[in-house]
Structures are given as structure tokens and as C-alpha cells.
Write a protein that binds this ligand. Sequence first.
Ligand SMILES: [Fe+2]
Length: 163
Amino acid sequence: MNAIYIDTTNSDEQRRDLLYGGQVIVHSPTPSSLALVEFARQMLTDAFSGADPETAQFHLPVDRYAAILAELKPKFIHHPKSKEFIQGILRETGCDLSKTYFDVPRMRTSTSDQYLTTGIAYAFHPHRDTWYSAPMCQVNWWMPIYPIVSENAGAQRLRHLQL
Ligand SMILES: [Fe+2]
């Protein structure tokens, strides 16, 4: 039976056992997760020249939209601030920093209405990350940059975590 644990007080090791057993853990925002979101939003706003990134697909040609994301995503992923915020999130959620390895944060994007279905905004089919060489001990963390709506994020992410 799968469960969703919200702000569990379990230890880091207990949380890993839950996750490896297929459970889902939800954390409330922390100062560093809020800072990471704000940082991502600012980078998005800058990249789209002040236009609303959530609706930019309705105002931009596909190639321009794809070019913006192709430049923005690596910039966000490898920015030193992004890594600092990730370390902060791990610390604020009780992870043992001396035993925790982390990867750079990926920014996932998707569009609607068949606007962009390949390349930079391709929606991956359901999968296990280990199919693509992820280590078996990897734990994925997801957080929304913009408020989640039921049509685009929740099911995808839970499906991802439960595979
Ligand atoms: Fe994945």
C-alpha cells in the first residue's frame, strides 16, 4: 500500500526506507526551496524578456521559444546559486550533509496544445530513471516553479516517483 507522507518527522534513514519502498514524501517549503523557486522565476522572467513564461507559448514562434529554453536551462542547472540552494534544502530537511550526494537541479518544462512535442520540452513517457543509467539509490525531488494545476504536473510526478 502506497502512502503520501507530509512533513514526516522520520529520520533521514527512515525516509530513505520509505522512499525505496515506494512511498512518497512531501515537504513544506523551506527558506532555501523558496529561494530556489524565486531564483528560477527570475531567470525565466529575464529569459522571456518580461513576458509571462507560463503563457509565452501563445505569443512566440516555436523556434524562438525553444531557443530561449535551450539557453536558459543549462544556465539555471549549472549556476552556483542553484547548487547552494539545493544544499540549503538538504540541510533544512534534515539530510546528513556528510553522507548526501546531490546532482545539479534540472528545470523541466512542457507546453500544451501540441505546441512543442519534441526536443527541449518533450514530455517523457513513464519510465524508471535506472533505464537511463541513474543509480539505484537515487532519490528524486520535485518542486513546482509555478503553482501546480491538475492538468499538468501532479499525476506525472507521482507516477514518476512510484515507478
Ligand atoms: Fe525521470
